[in-house]
Design a protein around this ligand. Sequence first.
Ligand SMILES: C[S@@+](CC[C@H](N)C(=O)[O-])C[C@H]1O[C@@H](n2cnc3c(N)ncnc32)[C@H](O)[C@@H]1O
Length: 469
Amino acid sequence: MDITIWGTGVTAQELFPLIDPTKVAVVAFFDNEPSRWGSRCHGVEILPPARLGDFRDLVMVIASRAFPQIARQLAKAGFPLEQALDYFSERSRVLEIVAGQTFLVRHYHTVVADRLSRTEERFTIERPVTESLPCPVPLEARVEVARRVGLAFLDARDAAKEVSSSKYRIGENWACVVAVSREPLYSAIKNQDWEKTVQLLDNYFRSDISSSMGSCAAAFQGFVRHADDAWLHHNLRVWDYSVGSHTPLTELAVPPVGNPYGFRVGGLLINADALLNHHRAHVVRRLLEGVRRPVVVEIGGGYGGFAYYLNGGPGSLTYLNFDIPESLVISSYFLSLLFPNKRIALYNYSTKAIDTGFLSAHDIVLMPNFVLPHLAEGIADVSLNTISMSEMEHATIEEYYRQIERTCRGYFYMENLACAPSYKGFPVDTFPKLSGFQEISRAVSRWVGWDAYAFGHTYLEQVFQRNNT
Ligand SMILES: C[S@@+](CC[C@H](N)C(=O)[O-])C[C@H]1O[C@@H](n2cnc3c(N)ncnc32)[C@H](O)[C@@H]1O
């Protein structure tokens, strides 16, 4: 098949080596830069746009960020736009055409005798995974876990009613999420129907129980209809560069708990959350380097995505999550199934002081938010909160900041809103000052959908360091 490429810059240089010459021949390059006309790129002539008409029957790959402008230019020249493919937004289609498959390329660099050596590895992006993925944990064990976490939930919900401080009450946003999406789960637990509880949690990612925390039924149905993977290429690269090419792709694999869906990449199931959460765990691990059996305290840990990657890594640590009981029950179920050999502490009425003694007896501590004041002073090496505080009441944010100041001796890692969204949400610049800490890094989120292009939904990644650590 003959094709043409628009652009001769870095993108074209990246694209060209990916082409399978047994399948595809590039017969012309186009460029708007007159000084390039007549010269060659990879042995193929660079032509002026005036020659477009000669190639109007061929597919053209636009290897440029300026697709909208180039498309206008093509339309004006009478070039059929359906023949023009945008390498950035249609990377899978382009790779299918030029290479016969779609893949992620990772590059490995070394210096040998003063010279840069570059090798590459390709990971095939095989297909969307939408078939059901059975949980490998036997049903009997799942029912027992559901019973344990369900009873802890009922205790925590009762105890929450007695908490006097309104700062620990569920806020407006989350009260709404809980009311509209989770009732079937809570009534199964309330009725102590553990089989039903298991059934619901085992299909977590494909139902509304995961609303605002991973997925929802409509998101899954949308994925079944059209599994858009433009973001995947981008985010896989973001992940690759962020964690470094020495990090094996296998670390990303999403475990088959809660019936997740996503893409099969290099034989592994990967989804957007995996990239974000693995990266966050990587950041936290770097902050913890050199600390013996560190303590990591998360506030609002969702279904446990970050905790999975953090706790699945090498070395020993203690992980704590403080969340509203309504969400904690979900992370408690997942983490109990995923880490059957870890010592997991769940809430009961007698849970009072969470101090060094308590922590030395546990690997994972999953507590309702109102227990946070019982966490010992200066115990956390890293505290973190992602995509969460912005959604709380302002008084709650203030209270959690005071708790972080009291309990964290190392770093506070945070990812929250940069801007005011369409729903009620507080941008980080409205958060109080974190006394005794210095902000050592602040960057716009690197992920598609959260970055500076995501108007109204842009997040900031910040790291604060305790003074004198
Ligand atoms: C959008 S989810 C984010 C989950 C996870 N941190 C992530 O980044 O994927 C928001 C989390 O904040 C929790 N949350 C909401 N209100 C809270 C509160 N008042 N105290 C503690 N956690 C809360 C939710 O239960 C949920 O776990």
